[in-house]
Design a protein around this ligand. Structure first.
Ligand code: FES
Ligand SMILES: [Fe+2]
Length: 375
């Protein structure tokens, strides 16, 4: 299966055009399981994928599990304080070693009790012939890990350029927000029956604010949004408040933010699918875990600065923020499900973009790059 069976030469020319005359990816890229398999190989096995926040595993021995496509992983902070991403499939007969989250000093398989240390090294294999059995060949495979702004990213590709290096331009734009310090709370989880890119695109623009007219009664003049040129695998979308008035906040924002940052919120995507909605006092991190061409698990993680947890009304405010997110997402579910149905239509042709969808145009060009880099 080759990518030009899905994206023709003409499609490519149109995606590469300047925003005003460009066209989107073809609809089949959102519906085909074969195209999804290509994405698995060229997008998800080559790029940095966010699995969680450092703050989820603060102590040595803390771990949580996550499935990336068909790979069950465990993310663990070792006794040496290093965070590792290990396969959690036992090297004996493939049972999952561990589930959920917790704290441990080793991973012992429930099936035949092979035991691994927190770096994935096989330490014990009962009743195996020690003469003929080479324990050193049975360590758990590990992925590359990089911490960026407090997020834990993993990469299957040993050759991939460092995430921090590829995001040096974005790092400058995020200065002052102190994202590394933020702590995430339990997420809101949805099993979602639409393509992962439909979700990325929904969360990448404020062109669709009319959809939320009953929930987002906002003074934000979204038409004056600024979508910056990018110099790496990201988009950065600034939505300033009316007359640059400071935004209303639930908690005190960090004193490192400048006047512009205090009067705007930001939609920021790290491609392929790491999304942050950044307000002066809090951040919503949207985690998308693709499962098939037409499904993914979607998690909304609210993240707060440590000082917010000292606010007496924290739990009430957190509850309120979660409720508000759910109301907005209910409206987005309605749109995304309908878009997915529309994408199966024979009349769903590549579309044109508004200037308020520049972030999607940047994303489509990046997706195309992933296939073109490998020829
Ligand atoms: S499957 Fe894990 S010890 Fe047998
Ligand atoms: Fe929306």
């Amino acid at each position: 299966m080759k990518v030009n069976q899905f994206i023709s030469d003409d499609d490519e020319i149109n995606i590469r055009k300047e925003l005003e005359v460009a066209r989107s990816l073809p609809a089949i890229c959102y519906t085909s399981q074969e195209f999804f398999s290509l994405e698995e190989k060229y997008v998800f096995q080559k790029n940095w994928l966010c699995v969680g926040r450092e703050s989820q595993i603060p102590n040595n021995g803390d771990y949580f599990t996550i499935d990336i496509l068909s790979d069950p992983l465990v993310i663990v902070r070792g006794k040496d304080n290093v965070i590792r991403a290990l396969s959690r499939v036992c090297k004996h007969r493939w049972m999952e070693l561990v589930a959920g989250k917790g704290n441990t000093s080793s991973f012992k398989c429930p099936y035949h009790e092979w035991m691994y240390d927190l770096a994935g090294k096989l330490k014990a294999a009962p009743s195996m012939d020690i003469e003929k059995f080479d324990k050193s060949k049975c360590n758990l495979p590990s992925l590359r890990v990089e911490i960026w702004q407090g997020f834990i990213f993993v990469n299957y590709d040993d050759q991939a350029i460092s995430l921090d290096q590829s995001l040096s331009g974005l790092n400058k734009k995020l200065e002052g927000y102190q994202l590394s310090e933020m702590i995430s709370v339990d997420p809101i989880v949805y099993e979602s029956d639409w393509n992962w890119k439909v979700m990325v695109e929904n969360a990448s623009e404020v062109y669709h604010l009319g959809l939320h007219k009953n929930t987002l009664i906002s003074s934000l003049p979204t038409k004056s949004s600024i979508i910056e040129d990018n110099d790496g695998p990201y988009s950065f979308y600034r939505i300033p408040n009316k007359d640059r008035e400071p935004l209303l906040t639930s908690f005190t924002p960090p004193n490192t933010l400048n006047k512009d940052q205090l009067s705007e919120f930001v939609l920021c995507n790290v491609f392929p699918h790491h999304i942050m909605i950044i307000n002066p006092d809090q951040m919503t991190w949207i985690q998308i875990l693709p499962r098939s061409a037409t499904s993914h698990t979607l998690l909304f993680h609210l993240c707060f600065h440590p000082s917010a947890f000292r606010d007496k009304a924290f739990f009430q405010k957190e509850k309120q923020s979660k409720w508000f997110l759910q109301q907005i997402h209910d409206e987005d579910i309605f749109a995304c499900q309908s878009v997915q149905k529309g994408l199966f239509s024979r009349y769903a042709l590549p579309t044109s973009f508004s200037y308020l969808e520049k972030s999607i145009w940047q994303f489509h060009n990046w997706v195309l790059d992933q296939f073109k880099q490998v020829g």
